[in-house]
Design a protein around this ligand. Structure first.
Ligand code: NAP
Length: 254
């Protein structure tokens, strides 16, 4: 029996990268996992396949975030998926992982880029949680994937960093709001993790080495490094931790 046997989790952006690994890890602990994706249905199906091959349970649902009606579409598909498995709309763990990055210094930022990043990374996430709270069980978990760019100055992606700063503030306030229901709310802040998100930043071996050097361990993070921390926060073992932003950057730029 895993630590999450009998639990249901929704992981946004679980078709690739960190979200995929989080979904696999939660499924390995026994949770039924809803694999949300934006447009990449193939990759989401592959995540489901990987989970089923390791003996876990998962289903996928697509919903582009940051567009009108996004949250309603997501929950309609999530709840239809649960109903298909004979379950009601209640769930236990919400991992807010889907996000987009945007490399732009202040002089390069356009209003369009600013609005897009906040629409996906902050606004959609906020209303996704607001709606999710109707069905999230007491004693549940909200885990927000933030970024070490909220602690380490990163003017190369200034708006992206700001969207994650808002997420940290949200985490703190929401933890207090939901304490009475026994729901914990925490953020996890990765440094550079080897995913599609930063593939262009490590195009050459030199550039990759430069990113790896941010960590005291001298390597890039791997999605599993983050997934293990999320699995801990999702479990009962983390019940006395709430309102925290947990650095998951391998000691980057202390
Ligand atoms: P990734 O490999 O680029 O994957 C992004 C995921 O989010 C995909 O599943 C994608 O779905 C989904 N997504 C993106 N935009 C979406 C939209 N508009 N609507 C719905 N879904 C959308 O990203 P990652 O590196 O794993 O990042 C995961 C989380 O970690 C993000 O919150 C990111 O900010 C954070 N983070 C990452 C790093 C890093 O170095 N990688 C560092 C710090 C923080 P599709 O596959 O359908 O496109």
């Amino acid at each position: 029996m895993g630590t999450l046997a009998g639990k249901t989790a929704l992981v946004t952006g679980a078709s690739r990268g960190i979200g995929r690994e989080v979904a696999r890890r939660l499924a390995r602990e026994g949770a039924l996992v809803a694999i949300h994706y934006g447009g990449n249905e193939e990759a989401a199906k592959e995540t489901v396949d990987l989970i089923e091959r390791q003996g876990g349970r998962a289903f996928s649902l697509g919903a582009e975030l940051g567009v009108p009606g996004d949250v309603e579409t997501l929950y309609a598909r999530f709840e239809a998926g649960l109903a298909g498995l004979g379950q009601g709309p209640e769930f236990d763990i919400l991992v807010n992982n889907a996000a987009v990055s945007g490399s732009a210094r202040i002089s390069e930022v356009t209003p369009e880029l600013f609005d897009r990043l906040f629409a996906i990374n902050t606004r959609a996430l906020f209303f996704l949680v607001q709606r999710g709270l109707k069905c999230l069980c007491d004693g549940g978990r909200v885990i927000n994937i933030s970024s070490a760019a909220t602690r380490i100055a990163y003017p190369e992606s200034i708006v992206y960093s700001m969207t994650k700063g808002a997420l940290n503030t949200f985490t703190l306030a929401l933890a207090k709001e939901l304490g009475g229901r026994g729901i914990t709310v925490n953020a996890v802040s990765p440094g550079f993790v080897e995913t599609d998100m930063n593939a262009s930043k490590r195009a050459s071996p030199e550039a990759a080495a430069e990113l790896a050097a941010w960590s005291v361990f001298g390597r890039l993070g791997q999605p599993a490094d983050i997934a293990d921390i999320v699995a801990f926060l999702a479990s009962d073992a983390s019940r006395w931790i709430t309102g925290q932003c947990i650095d998951a950057s391998g000691g980057s730029r202390f």
